[in-house]
Design a protein around this ligand. Sequence first.
Ligand code: GNR
Ligand code: NI
Length: 168
Amino acid sequence: MIRTILTYPNPELKKKSSPVTIITDATRELVRDMVETMYAAPGVGLAAPQIGVHQRIIAIDISDKSEPPDLIIAINPVIVHAEGESYEEEGCLSVPSYAANVKRHAGVIVKGLDLDGSERTWKADGLLAVAFQHEIDHLDGLLFVDHLSTLKRELFQRKARKAAEEMQ
Ligand code: GNR
Ligand code: NI
């Protein structure tokens, strides 16, 4: 089932998500919905809190349409090593109609569980490294706009407020 993606400034997006303690049928159903919602959007990643579920689960697929899908499901993901610096343009399904450059680590090693509960390690650079950091931020209640300079963030907030007013 495709779920509704919450958007800024919904306060649910600012809450910290809790670790998954046991993987059940409900977890697998949630992940199915996350993946369907991510592909339908379309997006290269989705975190559970974006659909209002405050559990530490992320889905990522950075493959493009011409390639076979390359889906990563990470439960309770943790960045155990980070190196280098990158500065790439980001967008977010929860922040429509806005993009900005964000400073991130260029490479990360992420540990977590897959849907079978097996421990997994992912080594990522490029867009995949950005996606891991972006999705794990969602689990901690952070959006990419929280990484902008005060000036850029205030310009974003003003634009968002104006767009919301014009919706009325
Ligand atoms: O679809 C998405 N594209 C994207 C592009 C650059 C950096 C991060 C992303 S993640 C985003 C999907 C999303 O909002 N996931 O939380
Ligand atoms: Ni996002």
